[in-house]
Design a protein around this ligand. Structure first.
Ligand SMILES: NC(=O)C1=CN([C@@H]2O[C@H](COP(=O)(O)OP(=O)(O)OC[C@H]3O[C@@H](n4cnc5c(N)ncnc54)[C@H](O)[C@@H]3O)[C@@H](O)[C@H]2O)[C@@H](O)CC1
Ligand SMILES: Nc1ncnc2c1ncn2[C@@H]1O[C@H](COP(=O)(O)OP(=O)(O)O)[C@@H](O)[C@H]1O
Ligand SMILES: [K+]
Length: 505
């Protein structure tokens, strides 16, 4: 699913108006009807009163139509026009006569007392916002926010005060419980700095012309079930384990064998044909007992240098379909040396996570040695160690995209919407997953899944999009049964099968 800028959204509206064709006032009617329908469905036939605050632009126009529609259905509605400008937009003005009970706020003192707990509809500003809200209009936003513990705040299209494509963290902005957004997710919603203000996002289709969406060029995308279904490849009936590759998982150290077990298990569950776990000797029995399906390749100590010093084994490394490296390996000098040797010996796309990334953060000269099209999976702290810090999440996204292009790597920056930057500059956000996955080892499972998918022959981009989706979906299915709180990393592996079945439906 494409993510459009505010400017592209305006163009999409204009294209629809011209080519459907439909008048802009009717398009507004359609958008507002969807909102009113959602509210009736969500808040029921006997809801608390609706308090609707409308701005002077088309977002306010939506608010006026919502007020009329809800009132026509017999609900208790009060609506105010907040005079943030001298003149309303044409479609806003066109709708005012159809809601004669409209009240007016021309100064902060006119903000009403909302006695009965109700539903506040925020229709002050939408995608037309082009600067911070200031003065008494900002005061109205603060007053709305002061009510948020007594009332449910629903923002129309965007929380008023938030910019769709630019940082606005420090701007006055409505803190919504729900944001009913039209047709496309806005980039701002997907960045952690705006999460608290956006609340739960509901995407409402308002009938934007499909031809516009099909032809518009955008670097940002949200992965969706259709994309995932086109990526997923069913198994060939005549295939054998050789078809699905032999993966090498380099993970674990004394005290961190759990990371190796989780990554190895996840790699097998994702569907790799054969998996060898490269681990320190101290973890041999743990691994053989916990994951009998995996082969083990051990070293005398927890250090990895010996392995890749040995010419025979070094020659073997390229024979693996894929290498996943990082979970729990530690970041001491000998291990760093071993990683350097691995990068000299292995030239196919690989998966680098956790301590492998921390080592590279310490020795940045290793970065350009990573095989082209490899997948890096940093969490925000690891990302900062690798590439430095930024002032806000828009800048961080820009840095992520730039690094993926410069280094010709796929980089997944973890989060609620993990951002996956591709070497061609495209960025995909993954919508599956939940806060239950903020638990030790969840990232090790992701490393295993990605390695398992690459092993089966998925391209790095396909493995990345499908892997992130499956990982989050397995976490969602696990949380549905077990709760977010009780979810542990092992559960994500356990529910991977259900996640596969779900995408095949
Ligand atoms: N035909 C269309 O274009 C449709 C538009 N729709 C709605 O229209 C919205 C966009 O409407 P508009 O482009 O009229 O803009 P908004 O209603 O978002 O903003 C209102 C006006 O405020 C002014 N403004 C910007 N920043 C300000 C600030 N900081 N302080 C005070 N005034 C400021 C702008 O000049 C703009 O004209 C969407 O978010 C959506 O809700 C929907 O009705 C669907 C159809
Ligand atoms: N709130 C959340 N919503 C969705 N996914 C989440 C959330 N919190 C964590 N995750 C996912 O869980 C994983 C956690 O990885 P990471 O922090 O590396 O864990 P660890 O290092 O303990 O293995 C990431 O893939 C991340 O996207
Ligand atoms: K709004």
């Amino acid at each position: 699913m494409k993510i459009l800028s505010a400017q592209q959204i305006r163009a999409a509206d204009a294209y629809t108006i011209e080519h459907e064709p439909i008048s802009s006032v009717l398009l507004m009617e359609r958008a507002a009807m969807e909102c009113a329908g959602w509210m009736v469905h969500t808040f029921g036939e006997t809801p608390p009163p609706y308090y609707i605050f409308c701005g002077m632009g088309n977002n306010g126009g939506d608010g006026l139509v919502i007020a009329r529609r809800l009132q026509e259905q017999g609900f208790a509605v009060q609506a105010w026009l907040v005079h943030t400008a001298d003149t309303p937009s044409a479609d806003n003005a066109a709708n005012q006569p159809y809601y004669p009970e409209l009240q007016h706020i021309r100064e902060p003192g006119e903000f009403p007392l909302l006695e009965e707990p109700g539903i506040i509809v925020d229709a002050l500003f939408g995608t037309g916002l082009n600067r911070p809200v200031e003065g008494w209009a900002a005061g109205v936003i603060h007053k709305i926010n002061d009510q948020r513990h007594r009332h449910t705040i629903v923002s129309i299209d965007m929380p008023s005060g938030m910019m769709a494509d630019e940082p606005s963290l420090h701007f006055p902005c409505v803190h919504a419980r729900y944001t009913l957004t039209f047709e496309y997710y806005k980039l701002a919603f997907l960045l952690p700095e705006n999460g608290e203000r956006t609340g739960k996002t509901e995407l409402l289709k308002i009938g934007i012309h499909p031809d516009y969406t099909a032809q518009v060029q955008t670097e940002y995308h949200l992965t969706d079930p259709e994309t995932i279904r086109t990526i997923y490849r069913p198994r060939d009936a005549f295939s054998h384990k050789g078809t699905y590759g032999h993966a090498l998982m380099i993970a674990g150290s004394y005290g961190k064998m759990g990371a190796a077990v989780l990554a190895t298990r996840a790699c097998l569950r994702a569907g790799a044909g054969l998996v060898t776990a490269h681990i320190p000797r101290c973890g041999y029995e743990i691994m053989q007992t916990a994951v009998p399906e995996a082969m083990c390749d051990t070293e005398e100590s927890a250090l990895y240098s010996a392995h890749f010093d040995e010419p025979f084994r070094l020659r073997q490394a390229p024979d693996y379909a894929v290498v996943g490296i990082g979970p729990g390996i530690g970041a001491d000098t000998a291990t760093a040396k071993a990683l350097e040797r691995l990068l000299q010996a292995f030239h196919k796309p690989m998966v680098l996570d956790a301590d492998a990334l921390n080592i590279i953060g310490k020795y940045p000269a290793l970065l350009p040695q990573i095989p082209k099209d490899s997948i890096l999976t940093p969490h925000p702290k690891e990302f900062e160690r690798l590439f430095g810090s930024t002032d806000n999440h828009f800048e961080r996204l820009e840095l992520l995209t730039r690094k993926a292009c410069e280094l010709q790597l796929y980089i997944l920056l973890k989060g609620k919407y993990s951002a996956m930057a591709c070497p061609d500059g495209a960025v995909y956000f993954n919508p599956t997953g939940n806060p239950g996955m903020a638990t030790a080892g969840a990232g090790d499972v992701l490393t295993g899944i990605l390695t398992g998918l690459l092993s089966q022959g998925y391209t790095p981009k396909a493995a990345l999009l499908l892997g992130a989706w499956l990982h989050g979906l397995a976490g969602d299915l696990a949380a549905d049964d077990l709760s977010e709180e009780a979810l542990v990393a092992e559960d994500i592996i356990h529910y991977l099968g259900q996640a596969y079945l779900n995408i095949k439906k």
